[in-house]
Design a binder for this molecule. Structure first.
Ligand SMILES: Nc1nc2c(c(=O)[nH]1)N[C@H]1C(S)=C(S)[C@@H](COP(=O)(O)O)O[C@H]1N2
Ligand SMILES: [Mo]
Length: 386
């Protein structure tokens, strides 16, 4: 039951990516080599399907073959489907507590000085069995700060709300009273975050216009944050004084957990913001004479100290980070050469540590986290060697 990837397929993909790879330091190139075969995970459900519907695509992480995720593989998840936008009539509106309320066409934005950044992110709901709600790409756009400076942010503006063009009727519960309202997807950033020079208004991914699935024609990217912050089909930015408490900011995306605060257990409910430190094993392949483990690291951009792999509860062994993914906000790929794998079932697990000494938690460490978002626990993977 070993799968085989032909060399020709690998070479074809490699050529398509050649122009882009030329810009990068040479990486480990995680693509399958000529005689590599995938070792199936035995802990995946038998009926496991990485692409459950057209509306919700996950990345088959066993197929990662380069630092950047191709557009037809990039995961997609959203609440109200994929709106179809007309780029000719598209306008990004900036309103609220600004000196000069403005509207920018796509052309206006594309004439400005653009930047390109490698940003990887995962959905805060990403977890086992395969962790496929994750991807990495080069994003091109104009810094949010440029637009906010043109509009002139007033001193009273404390909060910036980003609305997508997608909307639907929703039941909003207030103390048991249900109100039906037409709701747009909305997320907010504090003044400090919005003006920090990092958030990007992107119109291109991997050198091509955004796909409809990824938010064509314009999306927000907040590097180091969970996917939910990256508002797709971005249509307006509203500056206000009050905190924004919309559904996808305050209710749908939050984590309830118990924390020891000054010796006492306190139950906290916090918004989904920066990505928690995570690593996972994406695949194991068999090559000539040894096995190779490929994995992924995601976090908030804090530099890493180490990534390690443990086989069958053995000692932690250092894995190697792919230099092609060393950008601050890129996801990081790692490899580990597994020597002397004996026939039978094995359990492999990875863990990452950042330079502040923060270590990726185990599932047991997260026992007081009651809600399922932000599951960054170490994930033991089972596989069979024949
Ligand atoms: N307008 C809009 N933007 C959105 C969403 C949405 O429902 N509507 N979903 C968010 C969530 S929860 C995630 S994880 C990411 C997914 O981005 P992707 O589909 O490009 O992978 O988009 C975010 N941006
Ligand atoms: Mo998400």
């Amino acid at each position: 039951m070993l799968e085989r990837i032909t060399r020709r397929e690998t070479v074809r993909k490699g050529l398509a990516a050649a122009s882009l790879l030329a810009l990068l330091p040479e990486g480990i190139l995680p693509a399958f080599a000529a005689d590599e075969t995938l070792v199936p995970f035995t802990d995946l459900p038998a009926n496991f399907n990485p692409t459950p519907s057209a509306d919700r695509r996950t990345l088959d992480v066993r197929r990662i073959d380069g630092p950047f995720t191709p557009k037809d593989q990039f995961f997609t998840t959203q609440h109200y489907g994929h709106p179809l936008m007309d780029p000719a009539s598209f306008a990004l509106k900036v309103s609220g507590l600004v000196e000069r309320p403005r509207s920018f066409s796509l052309g206006d934005l594309q004439k400005m000085r653009s930047t390109e950044v490698a940003i990887g992110f995962e959905c805060s709901g990403n977890r086992r069995p395969l962790q496929g709600l994750a991807g990495n790409a080069r994003w091109t756009g104009v810094p949010l700060r440029t637009i906010l400076d043109l509009a002139g942010v007033k001193p009273q503006a404390r909060e910036f709300v980003f609305f997508g063009a997608d909307h639907a009727e929703e039941d909003v519960d207030f103390r048991g009273q249900i109100n039906k309202v037409e709701q747009q997807f909305g997320r907010s950033l504090s003044r400090e975050q919005a003006l920090s020079h990092e958030p990007l208004l992107a119109w291109a991914m991997n050198g091509e216009p955004l796909t409809r699935h990824q938010g064509f024609p314009l999306r927000l990217l907040v590097p180091g944050w969970y996917g939910v912050a990256n508002v797709k089909w971005l249509s307006s930015i509203h500056a206000q004084e009050d905190q924004y408490l919309g559904k996808f900011q305050a209710r749908w995306y939050r984590t309830l957990k118990g924390e020891m605060i000054d010796g006492e257990m306190k139950w906290t409910e916090a918004a989904i913001t920066r990505m928690q430190l995570k690593s996972f094993i994406a695949r194991v392949t068999r090559g000539a004479g040894s096995h190779k483990v490929l994995g992924v690291v995601l976090n908030d951009g804090t530099p890493l100290k180490s990534v390690e792999v443990s086989v069958d509860d053995g000692p932690w062994q250092s894995a190697t980070l792919d230099p092609a993914t060393r950008g601050k906000y890129s996801w990081k790929l790692f490899t580990y050469a597994w020597q002397g794998a004996s026939p039978g079932e094995h359990t492999l697990v990875s863990r990452v540590t950042d330079i502040t000494g923060k270590v990726q938690p185990t599932a047991a460490d997260l026992a007081t986290k009651k809600t399922f978002l932000e599951d960054n626990s170490q994930v033991p993977r089972k596989l069979m060697i024949f």
